[in-house]
Design a protein around this ligand. Structure first.
Ligand code: G3P
Ligand code: MG
Length: 248
């Protein structure tokens, strides 16, 4: 099987290299890049003192040695926790990263897909834009969310932000989700089983990027790559790279 006329999709490291390192840590992001990821997906929340941190769940219980809600804790309190030992003792000492630390650490050529997991607030928007401007990332970040109203509020507050709609449903015409969203949408992020070649071609023809998530099985990686998507999210970037290399 080859990619034929389709462009090689971006390898998007989901929470870094979630399958092989503690998710959403600097170690996980570094591993994903080392394995060939062209883009990284990460999840963000706002702390009680207005800092943006990188963590999937609203609670820290599953992925750190602490307990509680990020929204009730300060950045300093969160930074004192171990975010790696739960995954493997050799990662003990990894910390919950601030978004700023990720922006400072990730090479400029690696695209970032920042998934907003917290509610909209003016503070979130201001801090986000301040950081993306400071690290010259407005053009190489897509902000995604399952909460499209959060994206709408961000986009209304700052039209320069690139936003992408996450969703799991199946639709007759996927791009219509973008068209009814009330905002200029940069990308669609469908669950990978929910799109076919026609949906993808239609969306791409109308100028949308298609970032499909989260594909870990090599056969499915091949199938999704052949659809012509712009990028594929995976917990195993090295595995996806091997599959794509075999299709060239
Ligand atoms: O961006 C794709 C994926 O991250 C969405 O789901 O729960 O892994 O954040 P989740
Ligand atoms: Mg996510």
């Amino acid at each position: 099987m080859t990619l034929g006329k389709q462009k090689r999709p971006l390898i998007i490291g989901h929470r870094g290299a979630k399958g092989e390192a503690p998710e959403n840590t600097l170690a996980s992001f570094a591993l994903a890049v080392e394995q060939g990821a062209n883009a990284l997906e990460l999840d963000i929340h706002l702390t009680v003192d207005g800092e943006i941190v990188v963590c999937h769940d609203p609670l820290i219980n599953r992925t750190t040695n602490g307990e509680g809600a990020i929204a009730n804790l300060t950045a300093a309190e969160l930074k004192s926790l171990d975010a790696g030992g739960w995954f493997d003792p050799r990662y003990a000492g990894e910390r919950i990263p601030l978004l700023e630390e990720v922006l400072a650490a990730v090479p400029a050529g690696v695209m970032l897909n920042i998934e907003v997991k917290c509610p909209y607030s003016g503070r979130l928007q201001e801090r986000l834009v301040e950081l993306l401007e400071r690290y010259d990332r407005l053009g190489s970040v897509v902000l995604s969310s399952f909460h499209h109203k959060v994206l709408l509020a961000l986009k209304q507050a700052n039209p320069r932000l690139q936003v992408g709609l996450l969703y799991r449903g199946n639709f007759v015409q996927h791009r219509k989700i973008a068209e009814i969203s009330g905002m200029e949408v940069y990308a669609l992020h469908p669950y990978f089983t929910m799109v076919d070649a026609e949906d993808v071609a239609d969306a791409v023809e109308h100028g949308y990027k298609i970032f499909s998530f989260t594909v870990n099985d090599p056969e499915q990686m091949r199938r999704v790559a052949e659809l012509g998507v712009t990028g594929i999210g995976t917990d195993f970037p090295a595995r996806l790279k091997e599959v794509l290399d075999s299709m060239n």
